[in-house]
Design a protein around this ligand. Structure first.
Ligand SMILES: [Cu+2]
Length: 283
């Protein structure tokens, strides 16, 4: 019976080790590969930590398997009574401490790019693509007027404080140029929400009272799923939107169409009205 349990536990630890080892190749961790340059670096960090924990896991499972097997087969051996080992305690405190310190230092460049404003791509910072306001239960988007050039930080702050007549508005459908860093200013109109584009590995809380710059870069031209990742009320599930990354030209065309739609005053074009007038005359 003792052997049964040792084989039982060793078997499942082998299954677990194999599952962990093949998981990156099988794509079990992420819905798709990261589709942004920074996202790729974030995934690399994830897999680095996965490899470290896998090696640790294999070590502990082998040790456990050995103890179980030895206990089941060497029935003559008596268990040794001990008060613990000082040097072992020191080793297994210092080794994980160094591993944690290594991870903390190694991830700094990625964290800097993602969160520290002075490390953001400056072109994106100087011409924010839009302001995004999360509210129960939708994402409101405000683009600066097409062609609007920001003259420095204070001009951007003024635009964020005070909407301008040429601004373009839309909901749940953020268009951005692909293959270059873009920046949005994120705010909340009510409670806490979270701006999350899973395929680009971008996630940032929208906090009431704060305007938070968020930058990202889509490597492909396609529509990305965009969701709220903070339980923000009964309609949280409805905050599913999309981010459309497209070529510069398509993006410009999109803004142009949005502009035509928004500033349509309902009066027929001049050409149409003259045609109607001619008809009247001929009657
Ligand atoms: Cu929300």
């Amino acid at each position: 019976m003792g052997k049964f349990w040792s084989i039982f536990f060793i078997f499942w630890s082998i299954v677990a080790v194999v599952a962990v080892a093949i998981s990156p190749a099988m794509g079990w961790w992420f819905p798709t590969a990261a589709e942004s340059p920074l996202g790729e670096q974030i995934d690399d960090l994830f897999f680095l930590i996965l490899y470290i924990t896998t090696i640790t896991f294999i070590g502990t499972q082998v040790a456990m398997g050995y103890v179980l097997w030895r206990g089941a087969t060497n029935t003559d051996d008596r268990a040794e009574f001990s008060h613990g080992s000082h040097s072992l305690e020191v080793i297994w405190t210092i080794v994980p401490a160094f591993i944690l310190l290594f991870i903390a230092l190694y991830q700094i460049p990625v964290w800097e790019q993602f969160r520290i404003q002075s490390h953001f791509p400056q072109d994106a910072v100087n011409s924010p693509i839009a302001e995004v306001t999360a509210r129960q239960f939708e994402w409101r988007i405000r683009y600066p007027a097409p062609g609007r050039v920001f003259k420095g930080k204070s001009d951007i702050e003024r635009w964020l404080k005070q909407p301008e007549p040429g601004d373009l508005y839309t909901v749940n459908d953020l268009h951005v140029p692909s293959n270059k860093p873009v920046l949005i200013h994120l705010r909340s109109g009510d409670v806490q929400h979270s701006f999350f584009i899973p395929d680009l590995r971008v996630k940032q809380d929208a906090v009431p009272g704060m305007v938070i710059p968020v930058w990202f870069e889509a490597s492909r031209s396609k529509a990305y799923e965009w969701v709220c990742a903070e339980l923000c009320g009964w309609g949280h599930y409805k905050m599913k939107a999309r981010v459309v990354a497209e070529s510069d030209e398509d993006f410009k065309n999109y803004l142009h169409e949005l502009e035509l739609e928004q500033f349509d005053d309902g009066v027929p074009e001049l050409a149409d009205s003259s045609a109607a007038g001619e008809e009247e005359v001929s009657e």
